[in-house]
Ligand binder design. Structure first.
Ligand code: ADP
Ligand code: MG
Length: 413
């Protein structure tokens, strides 16, 4: 994990850009740092690969303070993606992607193979390899940026507003790409955005910063939606947070009830709702009570094993009879029905449970801190300055990216 311990960053004599930030970034998960413009997100990210140094406090990677890791070594293990990809405009896609492997001296064959792999991974057609960034769409450029950051297989992927320059549809595709990559690669991803929806859809953990660079709240997306710490977080996560939080709650505990089923709608003459099943037991329609032999659309179904309460609620609200139809797994066989009221009841129960658990955790934490008493350990290790023998070396990947970015900006301006 990467741990920020009381990190403050001040530029010159002004107010701190990041103020006493303590935050644990777990390995192999996606942490999204979100907040309004100017709240210190980029500053925070750049302290992770030591493009910036904290004014005070320390950042520790596993057990080693970052100041004890050579910048070159550190940055080789940290891919860096910025808005618009930050590509070298005068280099081909293949050359952009292979920036770091070339810097660390891979041979040509290995580089070619790796570029091919990365283009496949990021869903870039092979024929794009020889093109220049200006000949690509915004979304393609961003994919090249991701491929380049992953080239030397770093442990950590740092992404600064990677998708904010593309339109919503392309953005959705890029988010899906990174989610898919993350399922397979399990990197420690630290992503920055100003968009709370993106944070909630991408993050295993979301840290909300407020202006002045202080941490407003950190938690899972569900925790932020269900228990915002204060008014700032409440307004930041938005008004429909209750509905959105449904998407993070499993529908498995829903108690299903039954309705009559039939395989022959023409033979069904019941007053109550009846579901028509096909020969394999899959629900296909409702019997229309007003038209003998007629049917009504089934609406969307949900699978309690994999779907959330939000999907169950959608299914209930879109159902002809106000009943969500549950199906089981691969077979898609009829499993039972549930009403919107029952979904809301399950949500209320879930909230009670979580509240109970949180109260218990708080009690336990209070007891633990009472036991520890006034003993406040300070590790001397954390205060050690850089070892004097260490010479600053140029930092290939990140600085190359920086240069490319400023070149791009000059060109644009
Ligand atoms: P964000 O990425 O959240 O928009 P930044 O980390 O870029 O925020 O900036 C945080 C604050 O620090 C802002 O007030 C910004 O003006 C200031 N800042 C950023 N970089 C510098 C710099 N190099 N010199 C002085 N102030 C800076
Ligand atoms: Mg920024």
């Amino acid at each position: 994990m990467i741990e920020f311990a009381g990190v403050t960053k001040q530029y010159g004599r002004g107010a701190p850009a990041v103020d006493d930030l303590s935050l644990v970034i777990p390995s192999s998960q996606t942490t999204v740092i979100v907040g309004p413009s100017g709240c210190g997100k980029t500053t925070t990210l750049r302290m992770i690969n030591r493009m910036l140094e904290p004014t005070s406090g320390s950042i520790i990677w596993d057990d080693t303070p970052l100041t004890q890791i050579k910048k070159t070594v550190l940055r080789r293990q940290m891919g860096y993606v910025i808005q618009s990809g930050g590509l070298f405009p005068h280099r081909s896609v293949a050359d952009n992607i292979s920036t770091v492997p070339r810097l660390i001296g891979w041979d040509a064959t290995k580089i070619r193979r790796r570029v091919g792999e990365l283009m496949e991974l990021t869903e870039l057609a092979p024929e794009l390899a020889a093109r220049y960034p200006a000949e690509l769409s915004g979304g393609q450029q961003q994919r090249v940026g991701v491929a380049r950051a992953l080239a030397a297989d770093p442990h950590v992927l740092l992404m600064d507003e990677p998708f904010s320059a593309v339109d919503p549809v392309v953005r959705g595709g890029l988010q899906e790409l990174v989610r898919g990559l993350q399922r397979d690669l399990r990197k420690t991803v630290v992503m920055i955005t100003h968009d709370i929806d993106e944070a909630i859809s991408m993050g295993d953990q979301v840290a909300i910063l407020r202006r002045g660079g202080t941490l407003a709240q950190v938690g899972t997306p569900q925790e932020l939606l269900e228990f915002p710490a204060d008014d700032f977080v409440t307004s930041f996560v938005g008004r429909d947070r209750g509905y959105r939080s449904l998407g993070f709650t499993s529908s498995a505990p829903l108690r299903l009830s039954g309705v009559r089923t039939t395989r022959r709608p023409d033979a069904a003459t019941f007053a109550d709702p009846v579901i028509v099943l096909d020969e394999t037991g899959r629900p296909v329609a409702w019997v229309d009570p007003d038209r003998p032999g007629g049917t009504l659309p089934l609406g969307v179904t949900f699978d309690p094993a994999t779907d959330s309460l939000r999907q169950a609620l959608d299914a209930a609200l879109s159902s002809s009879f106000g009943k969500a139809v549950a199906v089981t797994g691969e077979s898609g066989r009829y499993a039972g029905v549930v009403t919107a009221d029952e979904v809301m009841r399950a949500l209320a129960e879930h909230r009670q449970e979580v509240l109970g658990r949180r109260a218990e955790e708080e009690d336990a934490a209070q007891e633990a801190s009472a036991e520890v008493g006034a003993w406040a350990p300070t590790s001397p290790e954390l205060e050690q300055p850089d070892p004097p023998a260490e010479v600053e070396e140029p930092a290939p990947a990140a600085e190359a990216v920086e240069r490319a970015q400023s070149a791009g900006q000059r060109e644009a301006g």
